[in-house]
Structure formats: C-alpha cells, structure tokens
Design a protein around this ligand. Structure first.
Ligand SMILES: Cc1cc2nc3c(=O)[nH]c(=O)nc-3n(C[C@H](O)[C@H](O)[C@H](O)COP(=O)(O)OP(=O)(O)OC[C@H]3O[C@@H](n4cnc5c(N)ncnc54)[C@H](O)[C@@H]3O)c2cc1C
Length: 457
C-alpha cells in the first residue's frame, strides 16, 4: 500500500537516524527507510570527536552509547616521521567528553531506536530504488520490501544513503572536487589488550606506513592499518600475514595488544574517493556521505554526519510553509555544508596521501609541538580550528627557512616542496569557489549553478 509523509529519509545510520529523530520530535511525519536490519555493521572504523559526542548528548542518546563501555579517549599519541608526541585532547567546559570509538552496530542501533521512539516510521529491510518526480519536483521514493514494491510520497526526500546513494543517482546530483584515495584500510579488534588510563589514540605515520589503535566499546581495542594502494597485491596474497606485519611495525600498538587475542575477521575497505555532490534540489536533499565523503584517515565522517543532520533538521523546520521556502532552506544548508567541509576535505586527503610526509610539513608540526601549539592542531580534528589557521603561510615560510639553514636536505628540494604546498593551497581556494564537476546534470536538477559546470552552489 502506498503511504505519504512530510519527509522520507533514506538511510538510517549516523546521518539519517538523527535527522529523522529531530524532525519527528518537531511533529513532522517521517519515514526512515533502510535496506539493512539493525544491529548491523558497515565498512567503517568509528572514532569520532567532541563535536559528534555533543550532538549525541543533545539527542539524548549519549548515555546509551556510553553504556557500551566505550571509554573517553583523552590522549593522542602521534608519530609523524621522527616526531613523536603524546598530548591531552582538548576539551571545552561544556563538552560531555573528548573522543569516542564505538562500533557501528552499537552506535547506529542506538540512533535508529531514538528515531523510532521519536515517532518516525522505521522501515528496515526496505530498499529504495530511486526517487519519483512529478513536474520537475521529487515527490517520493519507490521502495521494495516485505510489502512488495510501493511508493512513499513525501514533501521532501532526504538521501542519507551513503556513498552509493540511490537518491543522489536518481535525482541526478553531480559530483565535484573529487579527491582519489591513495591508501586502503584494514582493521581488526582485540580483546584483552593492556592499557591504563587515560585512554589513548595512537596515530603513527612514518615512512609510508600508517597505523592507528585505540580502545573501543565492549572491552575491545581497534587496530587499523592504512597502507598505500601499491601494497594491495601483498595484502591480497596473505591478508592476515600482511596485517600482522603492519601491526608489528608499530611498536606501541603491538605492545598494547600483545597479551590479548584478535577477535572476529579482518575487515577491509580497498578503495575510496573523496567527493562533494550537489546536495539539494526541488523536493530533495543529501546528508552525510550521500552528499560528501572525505578520506577517512582523520576519522571525521561520523561527527560530520551528526552535525550535518542537526543543521539540516533546523533548516527543514525553518523552511516549512511551501515548496519554494523548503527548497531555499535546503539550498542554503548545502552552501553551509560546503563551507563547513571544504578545508577538512583537502586536509583529509593530505593525511591519507601515500608516501612519506614532506619534511617541510614535519618541520611545521615540530614547531607547533615546541611552541605548545599542539592543542590547536588537535582542535582541527575537533572541527573547531580550520587547517588554514594552524598550517599558515607564515609557518610554512618559517619552516622552509629553518630547514634551508640547517642544511639537512637539498635546498632546491625544500624550496620545491614549499612552492608546491603554496600553489596547491591557491588551487584549492579556487576550487572551493569554482568546483570542478565530474559528471553531467541529471533529471531533477539541483539548484542549478549559474555558470555551467564550474559554479559554486
Ligand atoms: C574504511 C573507512 C573507515 C572510516 N573510519 C571512520 C572513522 O574512524 N571515524 C569517522 O568519523 N568516520 C569514518 N569513516 C566515515 C564514516 O563511515 C562515514 O562518514 C559515515 O558512515 C557516514 O554515515 P552516513 O549515515 O552518511 O552513511 P552510511 O553509514 O553509509 O549509511 C548509509 C545507510 O544507507 C543505507 N542505504 C544505502 N542505499 C540504500 C537504498 N538504496 N535503500 C535503502 N537504504 C539504503 C545503508 O544500508 C546504510 O545503512 C570511515 C569510512 C571508511 C570507508
């Protein structure tokens, strides 16, 4: 049987469920549709930061998430080339805590349940085939599930359906500012790991290696290796041996899990590409990964999805009153999303780049450590400081000068690196204002750019 709602949200994880919860609490009739059943996993590690935890607190679900036994991660132990440092993770007085690492079957199930309790109609094991449009406006989705194929009509359809978004595809949302990934991810969980408070996140990046480890929920310890794509053949020929060797190469993480035991299968995600997508049009919007994905190395996607959902809910409520005001509100939200995410997307691509970290960047970070400025760098991860506020042109020039003076590297090489970083920064600033589109427009056009394929939303 067909049904009608104010809003249909497709995808019920950290973008879709909070959005459905907040809209249902405002009295809107909301359908929350997912092809999955919960609890269920999704290929993702799951470290998120203060700002994400704050959204969980405002949603009223933080206690349930903490009941999983996930400790607050209060310290960051980082190694960037030869530079190793351990620092407290900055926390503001009104933060409920710092960082958390909660497996997705736990986190997403709490979020789906909150949506159900708020009054959203939750339809799991239900696949959305695409949007339905009438007179150039999206007016619902076609779904298939237990009840067969049917139409869910809606004043607004929100795609929170992740990277392969059916809503984005069928609405014709184009992608822009693509950043191809240069690494892949392999991760596993250990029980019986030995660590003492404060709970610490290890982020170790040396030569071409990158290993991350930290305590998660349910007494588990997460270990993730993020090697360059050129190592894929070695991984494929012996996944377990490959992972064990990566772990062994990162001494502090290996020592933490040495007395424990790996549980469950190795998990892997072998390719990703960062992108932005047009994220609003007549009767539709995209939130979370459906609208924007960035290299997962800095672990920003969950906090971003939660923050975006909260902000989109406010925009939708403010835009109620008619199709025109709703479309204006979602278009404004899309502009905010781009502004909010642009710098971090480039920075995430840098963190996930293959190859050793350029000495100029290591020198900049070294100066931050020496001058007590690490908190501002960690606040980049907290989405409270922009990368450009920390990795400034002045710092770049000073680091270049110091390196040239010390004569540890060829002068021409250092100058080349500095020039490349400065030129890349200019290119990024241009692309933030004049996006490079990857595909052509689709059937239910987004709030169209004014000057063809290179205009901002
Ligand atoms: C390898 C890897 C590691 C990561 N590590 C981290 C990390 O440590 N920290 C962090 O913050 N972020 C991390 N991320 C990013 C994070 O996983 C995402 O940003 C986050 O999951 C986005 O949530 P979402 O709700 O937008 O989408 P998703 O979590 O992808 O959820 C989309 C939902 O939509 C449903 N769906 C899709 N298509 C349909 C359809 N046609 N019909 C019905 N339902 C549909 C799916 O079943 C799914 O439940 C990582 C990502 C990857 C790939």
């Amino acid at each position: 049987m067909d049904a009608a709602f104010d809003v249909v949200v497709v995808g019920a994880r950290c973008a879709g469920s909070p959005l459905a919860t907040l809209l249902a609490r405002e009295g809107l009739s909301v359908a929350l549709v997912d092809r999955a059943e919960f609890p269920s996993d999704t290929p993702s590690t799951h470290i998120f930061q203060n700002e994400g935890a704050k959204v969980l607190e405002r949603l009223g679900v933080l206690d349930k998430v903490l009941a999983s036994g996930a400790p607050w991660i209060e310290r960051n132990d980082s190694r960037i080339s030869h530079l190793r440092h351990a620092d407290p993770i900055p926390r503001r007085p009104d933060d409920p805590g710092t960082w958390l690492c909660v497996r997705r079957p736990v986190l997403d199930t709490v979020l789906v349940e909150a949506a159900r309790e708020a009054g959203a109609q939750v339809l799991t094991s239900t696949r959305v085939a695409g949007v339905v449009e009438r007179d150039g406006r999206v007016c619902g989705v076609r779904v298939s599930g237990e009840g067969g194929v049917r139409l869910l009509a809606a004043g607004l359809v929100v795609g929170a359906d992740g990277r392969g978004s059916a809503v984005a595809r069928s609405a014709g949302a184009r992608s822009y500012n693509l950043i191809p990934g240069q690494r892949f991810g392999v991760w596993a969980y250990y029980e019986g790991a030995t660590w003492s408070p404060p709970a610490t996140l290890f982020f170790h990046r040396w030569d071409d290696e990158l290993v991350i480890g930290c305590p998660a929920d349910s007494g588990l310890f997460l270990v993730a290796a993020i090697p360059p794509l050129e190592r894929l053949p070695s991984f494929r020929s012996d996944p377990d041996g490959f992972f064990d060797a990566q772990l062994a190469a990162c001494e502090p993480v290996a020592a933490t899990v040495a007395g424990g035991r790996r549980v469950g299968k190795l998990q892997a995600m072998l390719r990703w590409t960062g992108y932005f997508r047009e994220s609003a049009g007549p009767g539709w919007a995209l939130v979370g990964d459906a609208g924007h994905f960035k290299d997962p190395t800095p672990g920003q996607g969950i906090s971003d999805a939660l923050r975006q959902a909260e902000r989109l809910a406010s925009a939708v409520v403010a835009g109620l009153g008619g199709p025109a005001s709703l479309d204006q509100a979602t278009a404004a939200w899309w502009r905010w999303r781009d502004e909010d995410a642009a710098e971090m997307a480039w920075f995430a691509g840098d963190l996930g780049r293959a190859g050793p970290v350029p000495p100029v960047l290591v020198e900049m970070l070294g100066e931050l450590v020496a001058s007590g400025g690490v908190a501002s760098f960690l606040d980049v991860m907290n989405h409270r400081t922009k990368p450009s506020e920390v990795l400034t042109a002045t710092r770049l020039a000073a680091a270049t000068g110091r390196l040239i003076k010390r004569r540890e590297h060829r002068r021409s090489e250092i100058l080349r690196q500095a020039k490349e970083i400065a030129a890349e920064e200019l290119r990024r600033q241009w692309l933030n204002k004049h996006p490079a589109y990857a595909g052509s427009g689709g059937p239910v056009g987004a709030t169209q750019p004014q000057e063809g394929v290179v205009s901002p939303p």
